[in-house]
Each structure stands twice: as structure tokens, then as C-alpha cells.
Write a protein of this length. Structure first.
Length: 371
């Protein structure tokens, strides 16, 4: 009698699972319990159990024997698991066991980030900006070989140019191959006897780069602009990484932004609010005349169509929303007080108590029930 768990139970799948379902379950669990990312007690043993289950169920012959006879049907079979704890992630990106990518295979370079601060109007209408940053580039002296001109790298004798060394050890699962980066060449597969004096054998040098980049109209705080191929150089002939420009927008003296609309707070006096007025107000396009209707109350919103932020990467603009408040004067001179007193006599002394709306009453009722 064996104390091993059922392999289907280990992967959390049914006995009729397809190969794709088996592989999907394995990838998910292996990533969760990989000892490089899961430091909990028992994670390594769970990881081995998952790999054992996958090695059986992903193989047609082994699975058939297991389905008929259980664990007893696997006796005498050789389990040669060829994976290392650093390499299993290659399986998640399409490099399966037994077909892993070489450590000195081409790899894409690292991405870079640049934070840029714009004025409110620059973010609204777009602008070209010159940015300067430092990045690594292929050494101009050795052309990336890392060797002093006139010399050449030689194949590493430790790993024979593969960039990795393997150790085979016997476990209760069978033979396991642990793959590590070659300690002699650091995974390059080559050694350099005479390093380049400019880059000290790295094959890369840090350079100052200037780029003029177009900022499209309509960007906002947090907008990312991708500059393809402007990142770090690739490894072993791989493509360059990208540069991501992150936008920050300064606050404006008058305007606020809500999506693609521009908000403007405008205070008018009681005469302008009562009688109506034509007022010059600022917009992103310059000052324009705004009509204040007679009888305007505090909180009224007047829309100025098409005077907002241009939509990002498409035509059209948002609106400018003018939020009106009535400014009550605090210090009146004698003439102003006299005029207001005359006005007060014509308006009468009756106080109008505002009836509460049904919606306000309903809100109070629901609030009381919640308490």
C-alpha cells in the first residue's frame, strides 16, 4: 500500500482531463509552490509532488499504466526529471522540460522609465520635449565582445560554451538534473583573457542620450508613452528594451480637470447674478465672453462646449464647465448700504422656508433604518 496521493488529486483535475488541462494545472501549481517564490515549510516537497504528477500524466504511456494499475503500474519506470529551481519559470513561457532555452540564448533588454512634468496647457494640447537620460549601449571600443581589440573571447572550458553546468543527483523520484549558471563564464559561454579597457569586459558602456519626443494632446497624470527600442540593449543579440515616459501634470492657477472636461470656479456679485451679465472668462484658448443668465444661483453650472481637453488619440474635445457662486459683499460703503436697503424694502420681509424634497426625506429615512 502506497501513501502517495492520487496524481489527479495533486493537480486538482478530473480523470478525463485533456493534455492542455493537465499542462495548465501544472503551470499554475508549479508557479505557486516553486521554492524560489514560496518560502513556506513544505513548499519544496509540494513542488516535487506536482512535478511527479505532471511527469506521469503528461506522458501517454505512463498515464495509461497509472489509470489501469495506479501507483503500482509505475514500478520499474525511470523518472528522469530535468529541471532546476531557477529554470522552471522558462516552462511558464513556452520552454518545456527537456527543451529549455539555453542560458546564453538571445534575451530582450531591460525597459527604462523616465518621469516628465508638463504644464497644464502642454498636457492639453501636446508638445515636443527633449529628454536626456543615461543608458547602457554596446561598447564602441570592442563592439560588445568584451575583449580588447586584437583579441577574441574563447569558449569556456567549464561549460563547453553552453553557459550552464549540470549536476545529476538521485532522489526518491529518480534522477534529477540540477542546472546552474556556469561559475566560470557567468552564463556567457565564453571567457575573456584580455578584457576591453573601455568597458572592463562587460561589452557595454553607459552613455548620455538626448531624445526629442512628441507628447500627444490630451495626456493626463499617469499617462505612459512607450518609446519602442529605446531601453537597454538585448543580451546575446536579443532586441532592445523599451523606454516608458510617465507624465506628471502641474496644477493650474484657475482650471481643474475631470476626465476631458475643464472646470472653472467663477464668483459673480449679486447684481450680476440677479440681472444677468456678459463676463470675460479664461479658457484654454484665451479669454471668451460668457453669458450669466438673470437670476443665477450659487452652484449653477454653465457649459462652454468644445473648450475642454482634446481627446487623447482621437478627434474632438471635452467641455469647459463654469461653476458659478454668488459673492456676498462683507464691507459696504454708505451708498451701497443705502441702495441695498431700498432694494430690501421693495422685496419685502417675508422669509421663504424651503420645502424639503421627497428625495431628501427618503435619504433621511433610509439613513435612519441603516442606524
Amino acid at each position: 500500500m502506497t501513501d502517495k496521493r492520487d496524481y489527479y488529486e495533486v493537480l486538482g483535475i478530473g480523470r478525463t482531463a485533456s493534455n492542455d488541462e493537465i499542462r495548465s494545472a501544472y503551470r499554475r501549481l508549479a508557479k505557486q509552490f516553486h521554492p524560489d517564490v514560496n518560502r513556506e515549510d513544505g513548499a519544496e516537497e509540494r513542488f516535487k509532488e506536482i512535478n511527479e504528477a505532471y511527469a506521469v500524466l503528461s506522458d501517454t504511456e505512463r498515464r495509461a499504466s497509472y489509470d489501469r494499475f495506479g501507483h503500482a503500474g509505475l514500478k520499474g519506470m525511470n523518472f528522469d526529471f530535468d529541471f532546476g529551481f531557477g529554470d522552471i519559470f522558462e516552462e511558464f513561457f513556452g520552454f518545456g522540460m527537456g527543451g529549455r532555452r539555453a542560458r546564453n540564448a538571445p534575451r530582450r533588454g531591460a525597459d527604462l522609465r523616465y518621469d516628465i512634468t508638463l504644464e497644464f496647457e502642454e498636457a492639453a494640447f501636446g508638445v515636443e520635449r527633449e529628454i536626456q537620460f543615461t543608458r547602457q549601449e554596446v561598447c564602441s571600443t570592442c563592439n560588445g565582445s568584451g575583449a580588447e581589440p586584437g583579441t577574441t573571447p574563447v569558449r569556456c572550458s567549464t561549460c563547453n560554451g553552453s553557459g550552464e553546468v549540470r549536476q545529476v543527483r538521485q532522489t526518491f523520484l529518480g534522477s534529477m538534473v540540477n542546472v546552474n549558471t556556469c561559475p566560470t563564464c557567468g552564463g556567457r559561454g565564453e571567457t575573456i583573457s584580455t578584457p576591453c579597457r573601455n568597458c572592463s569586459g562587460r561589452g557595454l558602456e553607459r552613455v548620455q542620450v538626448s531624445k526629442t519626443i512628441p507628447i500627444p494632446a490630451g495626456v493626463d497624470n499617469g499617462t505612459q508613452i512607450r518609446l519602442a527600442g529605446e531601453g537597454e540593449p538585448g543580451v546575446n543579440g536579443g532586441p532592445k528594451g523599451n523606454m516608458y515616459v510617465i507624465v506628471r501634470v502641474k496644477p493650474h492657477r484657475f482650471f481643474r480637470r475631470k476626465n476631458d472636461d475643464v472646470l472653472l470656479d467663477l464668483a459673480v456679485n449679486i447684481a450680476q447674478a440677479s440681472l444677468g451679465a456678459e463676463i470675460e472668462v479664461p479658457t484654454l484658448d484665451g479669454e471668451e465672453t460668457l453669458s450669466i443668465p438673470a437670476g443665477t444661483q450659487t452652484g449653477k453650472v454653465i457649459k462652454m462646449r468644445g473648450r475642454g481637453i482634446p481627446h487623447l488619440n482621437r478627434s474632438g474635445r471635452g467641455d469647459q464647465l463654469v461653476i458659478v457662486s454668488v459673492d456676498i459683499p462683507r464691507n459696504l460703503d454708505a451708498r451701497q448700504s443705502e441702495l441695498l436697503e431700498e432694494l430690501a424694502e421693495t422685496l419685502g420681509t417675508e422669509v421663504k422656508v424651503q420645502e424639503r424634497s421627497f428625495l431628501d426625506s427618503l435619504k433621511d429615512l433610509l439613513g435612519g433604518l441603516a442606524d
